[in-house]
Design a protein around this ligand. Structure first.
Ligand SMILES: Cc1cc2nc3c(=O)[nH]c(=O)nc-3n(C[C@H](O)[C@H](O)[C@H](O)COP(=O)(O)OP(=O)(O)OC[C@H]3O[C@@H](n4cnc5c(N)ncnc54)[C@H](O)[C@@H]3O)c2cc1C
Length: 399
């Protein structure tokens, strides 16, 4: 009997690869190993509906337990892969046992970035990436009055919106000059900044953090200007970093992400990678990119599954992403980095509009705010847009 296909990581990418293998008729052994103790689940609600308590746990799970039995997928939660031996097509598990594979998918995702800040290990300081994180935050979030969020990226801004709606005093500290700077134009940052202002959130831009203050438990955050913000809960939302150690130690090519080609193949034979942990060539944008989005995890995993079965379909997506803050849904299609002109469609004061980004008169991205139709049309339009040759270095988008 030949060795199974093995998937490391039971997140969005790992699950989609397994589903796709079965849909495409692969009927051999299929093992999924994930170090989280849950069924595969979706992360976006962790900073939105699930954090607010408006969504129950069952709805987070992407598939019920019964699915894995029916599809003959050997799902192994709460188990870690400790090492990969590509030469011998084997992995070592956390308990020291070994497992052979015919093909391997690495879908290890990202982890929340931690900054080495004095006080970062105090009680009351959290990150937000997993269901376990939400379980730890929920009680303290109800009890806290003063909340300080480090980082005005998507997770920081979404958490701020939830906390503000709970009636908390919320400050967001951001070193950069505006919120969500990596992926949206100044007018979109300003639109969301205004929404937060209207909800009483203090967004402290171009502000650093010296240390988190407390004695066992957090009591304040000391800012770069020496002032202190009272805090009984601090959320570190300073980005995510790809989980690449396994790949690196196995000798695969890694540089700020596991490098794969357009077919999701790594530098080792029969080893593929998909999702947040990968860096891949985008013909559309003419550079190497890493994406942190559900779209990418799903679409690249499908390509990886097809490649494992001998297909040669290249991956070249129109990336898309969304963020919910208060009653505003931001939907991003394409990558706006490198734009030289924008065009506004609609009136921001109405709360519904879109912003189109061009480079050399070529549409490269569209941000839509409470304008789902504009978003869908943009995705279609971008699908047909010509590729953007560029010599830009690797970029990370969304997330
Ligand atoms: C709070 C939050 C909100 C988000 N909101 C949005 C949104 O609105 N829209 C959007 O498009 N995207 C959003 N994202 C991003 C999106 O969830 C990710 O891009 C997506 O989950 C990536 O899927 P993945 O399978 O690549 O990685 P992950 O979901 O990170 O899964 C990887 C899994 O591999 C496991 N693993 C790692 N190493 C090992 C090992 N050695 N052995 C076994 N298992 C291992 C990890 O523990 C993890 O369970 C959000 C993310 C977060 C955290």
């Amino acid at each position: 009997m030949s060795a199974p296909i093995l998937i490391i990581g039971t997140g969005q990418a790992g699950l989609k690869a397994a589903e796709t293998l079965r849909q495409k008729g692969y009927d051999g052994g299929l093992v999924m190993i994930g170090d989280e103790p849950y069924l595969p689940y979706q992360r976006p609600p962790l900073s939105k509906a699930y954090l607010k308590g408006e969504m129950d746990e069952e709805r987070l799970f992407l598939r019920p337990r019964a699915y894995f039995e029916t599809a003959s997928i050997d799902l192994r939660p709460a188990e870690k892969v400790a090492a990969i031996d590509p030469d011998n097509h084997r992995v070592t598990l956390g308990d020291g046992s070994g497992l052979s594979y015919s093909s391997l998918l690495i879908a290890t995702g990202t982890r929340a970035r931690k900054i080495p800040l004095e006080g970062a290990d105090l009680d009351g300081v959290f990150s937000l990436r997993t269901m376990q994180d939400v379980a730890a935050i929920r009680g303290p979030l109800q009890d806290a009055q003063n909340i300080v969020i480090l980082g005005a990226g998507y997770i920081g801004m979404e958490f701020a919106a939830v906390a503000a709606k709970l009636g908390k005093t919320v400050s967001v500290v951001e070193a950069r000059p505006r919120a969500m700077e990596r992926s949206v134009a100044p007018m979109i940052s300003e639109h969301f900044h205004q929404l937060h202002r209207e909800n009483g959130v203090a967004l402290l831009l171009e502000t650093g953090v010296k240390r988190i203050v407390g004695d066992g438990r957090v009591s304040a955050v000391e800012l770069s200007d020496g002032t202190q913000r009272p805090a009984d809960l601090v959320l570190m939302a300073v980005g995510a970093e790809p989980v690449t150690e396994l790949a690196q130690e196995a000798g695969l090519t890694v540089s700020g992400g596991i490098q794969v080609d357009a077919f999701a193949r790594t530098s080792a034979p029969d080893v593929y990678a998909a999702g947040d942990c990968t860096l891949f060539p985008s013909a559309r944008y003419g550079r190497i990119i890493r994406l942190e989005s559900v779209q990418n995890a799903i679409d690249q995993a499908k390509i990886a599954a097809g490649s494992m079965l001998g297909e040669t379909v290249p991956y070249d997506p129109v990336p898309w992403f969304w963020s919910d803050q208060y009653d505003a849904k931001l939907q991003i299609a394409g990558l706006s980095e490198g734009y030289d002109r924008t065009e506004l469609d609609g009136d921001p004061a109405s709360g519904s509009f879109s912003l189109r980004y061009f480079r050399d008169d070529c549409l490269i991205a569209v941000d839509a705010v409470n304008a789902p139709r504009a978003h869908m049309l943009a995705r279609r339009e971008l699908q047909g847009a010509p590729a953007q040759p560029s010599s830009r270095p690797a970029a990370t988008a969304t997330g």
